[in-house]
Design a binder for this molecule. Structure first.
Ligand code: SF4
Ligand SMILES: [Zn+2]
Ligand SMILES: [Zn+2]
Length: 459
């Protein structure tokens, strides 16, 4: 499911055929649409529409173009409207537009502040319109932010530096169809480098149709082109982008459904298995301490699954043959459940798995006091071992292992794995300050492949 987080279904071009627009959206996989108000009358129309149609939600607010015309009484009425309907998920769109300057700038700024305060009082997130007014928009947001003001920069049009400022304020970025335009490398650069967990998708229809539909009236169904471009830029599948951005939408606006399976979860063309949340290490950089979410999947386990439960979860995802590879991974150390991993791997192979990989911290032989790589020989095609450090001291500091002499144990595991398993990779997370080149030399000495994983990005 994809959410179009910013549409104007009440405007000319869409309102004449809302039924058709929404049914095409549903067929394209758009599960929810937020229709955004731009003035008092339009906000009322948006709420009426949202109340009448399933899958449609609304915002109320006054666009900067209308700032000079709106009265305090009208803003009070909008606040009442927001309180009166559970279909209202945000206040907006509000902000500053110095490109068209349709209202004087001081009026824009005043009404922006007035509406931020009302949103904060109502506990609603805000939808920000910022066109060529980045500096003033950020300044006013910082002034008015207070506790708990949250929101999104819709139709984000800044560069990566601005994106980072927006993220640091706790706000989200919303990516429109313009990301598909051949000349828009700047927005693609932003998309490539920001955490997708803080990105929303939108059409801003009826405006800004994506490249394949350029020149036509934009509509929510066309958001699939935006999702496809974001997926291309990030090296993901469209389904990954849909899931991650829908979860972001859920976090910000409280709508959008994300159904995931914590035991078997797809990312790209791989199916990952989460068999335990226990781990030998307590890595300083481990993301599970923040939230057990990977690429939009919630991996919180209410119990450790049995082998049969793992296999059933794989079947729910189309069976092992549906994927390029099946990977034991999750938010814990899979080889703590060595016997389960061996049994499941054997069964997956029998059921047609093309490739089986294990992501491990490489401490299993020390924990079980067995030669684990030898036991995995013939069962798995690849192992990725978290090396994470060029020496024992750094390893102790970064990975905080629960067993003694852990670093030499990882090195032994790697060299035994190289003798037993076709493809062996040593990986490091690029923690700031880590001597990555020294880690690479370690991997070379051991005769295994080497991979650097970005810091603060899992999956
Ligand atoms: S080995 Fe992986 S799961 Fe375990 S603490 Fe370290 S980063 Fe987290
Ligand atoms: Zn706008
Ligand atoms: Zn808009």
């Amino acid at each position: 499911m994809i959410v179009d987080t910013h549409a104007h279904l009440t405007l000319e071009g869409l309102r004449e055929d809302v039924e058709g627009v929404l049914s095409r959206a549903r067929r394209a996989g758009v599960g929810a649409v937020i229709t955004v108000g731009i003035d008092p009358e339009d906000s009322r129309a948006a709420v009426t529409l949202a109340e009448a149609r399933s899958g449609v939600w609304a915002t109320v607010g006054v666009h900067p173009h209308e700032a000079a015309r709106v009265t305090d009484a009208q803003l009070d009425d909008l606040a009442d409207l927001a309180r009166s309907s559970d279909r209202v998920v945000a206040w907006g769109e509000i902000g500053l537009d110095y490109f068209r300057d349709r209202s004087p700038r001081d009026a824009q700024q005043q009404r922006f502040r007035d509406q931020l305060r009302r949103a904060r009082e109502l506990g609603l997130p805000v939808v920000i319109h910022d066109r060529e007014a980045h500096e003033d928009t950020l300044r006013i947001l910082r002034d008015e932010a207070g506790e708990g003001l949250r929101g999104v920069f819709h139709c984000f049009s800044g560069d990566l530096a601005l994106a980072r400022e927006v993220l640091a304020l706790g706000f989200y970025l919303s990516v429109p169809g313009t990301v598909t335009y051949p000349r828009n490398d700047r927005l693609r650069e932003v998309v490539a480098h920001v955490p997708l967990e803080r990105v929303l998708l939108e059409t801003d229809c009826p405006f800004l149709a994506p490249q394949p539909k350029r020149g036509r009236t934009n509509e929510p169904a066309y958001i699939v082109h935006t999702a496809a471009e974001v997926a291309r830029v990030r090296g993901l599948e469209v389904g990954d982008v849909a899931r991650i951005t829908t979860r972001a939408c859920r976090n910000l606006f409280g709508i959008g459904e994300v159904r995931t399976n914590p035991i078997a979860y797809p990312i790209r063309r791989s199916l990952y298995l989460n068999v335990t949340d226990r781990c030998t290490n307590r890595c300083a950089f481990c993301p599970k301490h923040r939230a057990p979410v990977v690429k939009g999947h919630d991996l919180a386990l209410d119990h450790e699954p049995t082998a049969d439960e793992v296999l059933a979860a794989v079947e729910d995802q189309g069976g092992p043959e549906a994927w390029d590879e099946v990977v034991f991974c999750g938010f814990g150390e899979p080889l703590l459940r060595l016997d389960l991993v061996k049994r499941v791997a054997r069964e997956l192979r029998a059921r047609g798995a093309r490739r089986i990989r294990i992501n491990t911290d490489g401490l299993a032989s020390a924990v079980h006091r067995r030669d684990v790589p030898a036991e995995l020989a013939g069962l798995v095609d690849a192992v990725s071992v978290s090396l994470n450090a060029p020496d024992a001291e750094t390893y102790e500091r970064l990975c905080r292992p629960g067993i003694p002499d852990a670093y030499p144990a990882v090195l032994t595991f790697l060299s035994r794995a190289r003798e037993q398993i076709p493809e062996v990779t040593a990986s490091v997370v690029a923690v700031p300050g880590l001597d990555v080149e020294a880690c690479r030399r370690r991997a070379e000495e051991l005769g295994v492949r080497f991979r650097v994983r970005p810091y603060n990005e899992v999956g």
